[in-house]
Design a protein around this ligand. Structure first.
Ligand SMILES: Cc1ncc(COP(=O)(O)O)c(C=O)c1O
Length: 362
């Protein structure tokens, strides 16, 4: 008998997504729940994206533009790079998968920081990669240790800046030093899914480093600051050689028409982005003050979520909050058994989270 499932897939487990509100309410027979589990935008989608999508729905009988011309053109203009160096995908998730699919050969090494976004490891393993995990230092990615982990067999290194789930971020100089120290045949994926939320002025995009490191891939998403997680669209910047490789492998219509239209309009929605960033900053100020008052340990964040240490442990805190209709993310699946990850919500959601936390802990 042939082996049915590929050997490298045998040890994988399905990604544990944040629990949908509908599922919780169906299971517990409750109403009015809130979800602070998937780092979504609490304001909803960009209004400009909604308008553009509504106006163009009558075109979905046609295949989308396989090259996403108008979207790439706008991104090229906004970020100052030629269209040939821009990637778009069915979420940044797909771009992560495409990098691995295109470039990783079996048994080559993939270096990943400890507690990182789970899909780096899932995709790398599913293409038979050998995973090297590098411990964090005080919840921050340790780039010098990642350099030390590089061998002649290293093919891809993942760095997430700011990092999910810790919310910590690396300064530009640290990343520049890291890239300089790498051998020139190692691909670096710099995942900037949350970079728009960073408030520390030392944290800037790796976009500025693209010209000095040809094997750098900078990833972004429309899921967070533009509120378009349900559309599934992410983008990225790289060299022509990397983009050309990925274009050989990707599905021709990997970004659907509605997503292209919505994303194009969202890029013009500066007002929505500003409103979102203000909401998150104010939300974090409230949450920090309340958590300080209650004596909780949390990690100050450069994103729209934060890690909270809880005396009950991740699962117990998660389960107790669920019963109160508040969905957070237990971090045991990330190897953090005492932490939950909480997305900043609307003011009333943040207040409900604090009240619920107080109730379940006391
Ligand atoms: C670090 C990180 N990278 C990538 C993604 C995926 O983004 P997308 O929704 O564009 O697939 C996420 C989503 O939560 C994330 O946290």
């Amino acid at each position: 008998m042939k082996q049915l499932i590929r050997k490298c897939v045998e040890s994988l487990t399905p990604y544990p997504p944040g629990k949908p509100i509908e599922e919780l309410e169906r299971e517990l027979g409750i109403f009015g729940s809130i979800k602070l589990a998937s780092n979504e935008n609490p304001l909803g989608p960009s209004p400009k994206a909604i308008r553009a999508i509504t106006e163009n729905l009558n075109k979905i009988h046609q295949y989308p533009d396989a090259n996403a011309y108008y979207l790439k053109e706008k991104l090229a203009h906004k970020f100052g790079l030629p269209m040939s160096r821009i990637l778009v995908g069915n979420g940044a998730d797909e771009l992560i998968e495409l990098v691995v699919h295109t470039f990783l050969s079996p048994d080559e090494e993939v270096i990943i920081p400890q507690h990182a976004f789970l899909l780096y490891e899932t995709f790398a393993k599913s293409f038979d990669g050998k995973i090297i995990t590098v411990p964090l230092t005080n919840f921050s990615v340790n780039l010098p240790a990642m350099i030390k982990a590089v061998s002649a067999n290293t093919k891809i290194v993942f760095v997430n800046n700011p990092q999910n789930p810790t919310g910590k971020a690396l300064a530009k100089e640290e990343i520049a030093r890291f890239l300089n120290a790498l051998p020139p045949d190692v691909i670096v994926v710099l995942d900037e899914a949350y970079i728009e939320f960073a408030t520390d002025p030392n944290i800037v995009s790796g976009l500025e480093l693209l010209d000095s490191y040809p094997l750098l891939v900078v990833l972004r998403t429309f899921s967070k600051v533009y509120g378009l997680a349900g559309l599934r669209i992410g983008y990225g910047f790289t060299s022509e050689i990397i983009a050309e490789g990925i274009n050989r492998v990707r599905q021709p219509f990997n970004v659907n028409y509605v997503a292209q239209v919505g994303a194009l309009a969202a890029l013009d929605d500066d007002e929505f982005v500003k409103k979102t960033l203000n909401l998150i900053r104010e939300g974090l100020a409230f949450l920090y003050a309340q958590l300080d008052r209650m004596g909780f340990e949390y990690i100050p964040t450069q994103t729209n979520f934060f890690l909270l240490k809880t005396p009950l442990g991740a699962q117990e805190t998660y389960q107790r909050m669920l019963k109160q209709g508040v969905i957070v993310r237990p971090m045991d699946s990330y190897g953090l058994k005492d932490h939950i990850r909480v997305t900043v919500g609307l003011p009333e959601e943040n207040e409900r989270f604090i009240n619920t936390l107080e109730k379940i802990i006391s």
